[in-house]
Design a protein around this ligand. Structure first.
Ligand code: S3P
Length: 165
């Protein structure tokens, strides 16, 4: 089965994907890392400097198409994949199960403050909150399952996901 994790920046997709991969003995693909490899960039700020947000979105579409027939894999996506419906259409192919990791903006904000990963679209709190509000219905729309992640441990979130699949 192809498991696809979606959610806003800082919602814990990578951490959950790693733990789920360990427990289910499945390969984990980090979409952001593959974008960095393919664009030969050091981080997301570098991608945005090189080609703007559009370069990232073009790569997300190409990779989703490349992985549409994948099976037995966990794909941790970038928070912006919901901006292009075609990405989710590809990722849902071959019985892909899309799981939305839903954290509140407050939880995400606190987490991102403590993390120094460059996030070009999370520079100003107000703009990030607008983006969060805009995307929330999209994550819900594309998800086959939604996990409420606030105040839950990694172990609790992973076992909830395992109960769906
Ligand atoms: C983005 C999310 C980031 C990364 C890029 C843009 C977004 O991934 O793809 O900075 O548009 O929400 P994470 O969700 O892993 O932080």
């Amino acid at each position: 089965m192809k498991i696809v994790l979606i959610g806003f920046m800082g919602s814990g997709k990578s951490t959950i994907a790693r733990e789920l991969g360990k427990q289910l003995h499945k390969e984990v693909i980090e979409m952001d890392s593959v974008v960095l490899e393919r664009t030969e960039c050091t981080d997301m700020a570098h991608v945005f400097e090189k080609g703007g947000e559009i370069l990232l979105r073009e790569w997300e579409i190409k990779l989703a198409k490349e992985w549409k027939d994948a099976s037995d894999v966990i794909i941790s996506t970038g928070g912006g994949v919901v901006m292009n419906k075609i990405i989710l259409d590809y990722l849902k192919e071959n019985e892909g199960q899309v799981i939305f990791l839903h954290s509140s903006f407050e939880t995400i904000h606190d987490r991102i403050q403590q993390d120094n990963t460059p996030r070009p679209l999370f520079q100003h709190e107000e703009e990030a909150k607008k983006l969060y509000d805009f995307r929330l219905p999209l994550y819900k729309q594309y998800a086959d399952h939604e996990v409420d992640c606030d105040d839950k441990s990694v172990e609790e979130i992973v076992s909830e996901i395992k109960s769906f699949i």
